[in-house]
Design a protein. Structure first.
Length: 190
């Protein structure tokens, strides 16, 4: 069996992210990606069965980078402060990985391009934030028990803000992130 060349996989992933940002998901192909990465099409097919497989693997990679495995805040902090720390981690990851945010947004808007088993897996909510929300709910500190409404008031607007700034070649300042987090806390905590 052929050994995985991590440099080629990275080049292919970067090429796919750039092509999706420049031309959209519809126009992405294994051939274009291989050419952009400077590898043969045959090499690309060693790592990806087809476009859906490529997008699925890249989607999971991007979710891990942007959303999963955040540091759980100190339990000694108030739930509001824990919530703020996790939102700050989201903001930092989103701001430091602009291409990946664009890709994630494109995939969430077009899940039909993912393999069937991943089409309903596009949540912005991670286990750390869910844990904090669950604790706050149990302590009757939230204005709603609906996870969907909480995500719609917190993480989705953050993603939208960054994405709209990206489209206009602007950034989100530290002050805006701090203000956003304060507004998100007021939106969901009693």
């Amino acid at each position: 069996m052929r050994q995985r060349d991590e440099n080629k996989i990275t080049a292919l992933s970067n090429a796919a992210l750039n092509l999706v940002a420049e031309q959209g998901i519809v126009n992405l192909s294994i051939n274009k990606m291989a050419k952009r990465a400077g590898v043969s099409v045959a090499t690309a097919y060693v790592y990806y069965d087809n476009k859906a497989d490529l997008l699925g693997k890249l989607f999971q990679q991007v979710q891990n980078l942007l959303i999963n495995d955040m540091i759980m805040p100190d339990e000694g902090l108030s739930l509001e402060e824990q919530f703020a720390q996790v939102l700050q981690q989201y903001a930092d990851r989103f701001r430091n990985n602009v291409r990946e945010v664009e890709f994630l947004a494109a995939m969430l808007a077009n899940p039909q391009f993912l393999p069937a088993e991943l089409q309903n897996s596009g949540s912005l909510l991670n286990s750390e934030l869910l844990s904090i929300i669950t604790q706050a709910y149990r302590q009757n500190k939230l204005v709603t028990g609906s996870i969907d409404l909480i995500v719609a008031q917190t993480i989705q607007p953050m993603q939208w803000l960054l994405q709209s700034r990206i489209q206009n070649q602007l950034t989100v300042s530290d002050e805006e992130v701090a203000e956003f987090i304060m507004m998100a806390k007021r939106a969901i905590f009693k």
